[in-house]
Design a binder for this molecule. Sequence first.
Ligand code: GRF
Length: 191
Amino acid sequence: MKRTNIAIFVSGNGSNCENLIRYFKDSQLVNCALVVSSRADAYALVRAESLNVPCRVVTKPLLAEPDNLMPMLKEFDIDFIVLAGFLPLVPDYLLEAFPRRIINIHPSLLPKYGGKGMWGHHVHEAVKAAGEKETGMTVHYVTPICDSGEIIAQFRTPLLPTDTVEDIAEKENQLEMEHYPKVVEQVVREL
Ligand code: GRF
């Protein structure tokens, strides 16, 4: 059976990108075929290249034009797209080309702390400021409205009043490392 070729879309550090590539290294189901970054200086590219996954850069202005991205996805026969810290809004042409085949991870328990401007440390700072007793991660389908697609899975972790923003980020990242690849695997299995 043909493996499902996934493209991982990134913009920054790439801890999820690396974790996904390592998790699926010997998978019979999923092949991490391509990494697409919206930034040329994303550390995710260093990680992916060192793991021998082909990488391409499509900056935010280039993303607006289908002719830049779509031929790459065709070249690598991409079946499914996994966002992992990808900051630009996903353009409509891509959503149309991959219906229910683009998923994202968000570092909070959506619908809390989602939407425009809510990414990375901004999320964890808001969680801390609100005095939340727990935080977590959400995997959801991507739709034209930021962080609003159908939720696929959520995982939570308790917080202590003494937890700093960094502690919150660390606890949440541990959830991502443990669960995101398994959720991707499950969704791909059910395609
Ligand atoms: C993660 O917290 C993820 O939930 C969010 O962006 C962050 C990416 O981190 N969408 P990394 O680049 O995978 O380290």
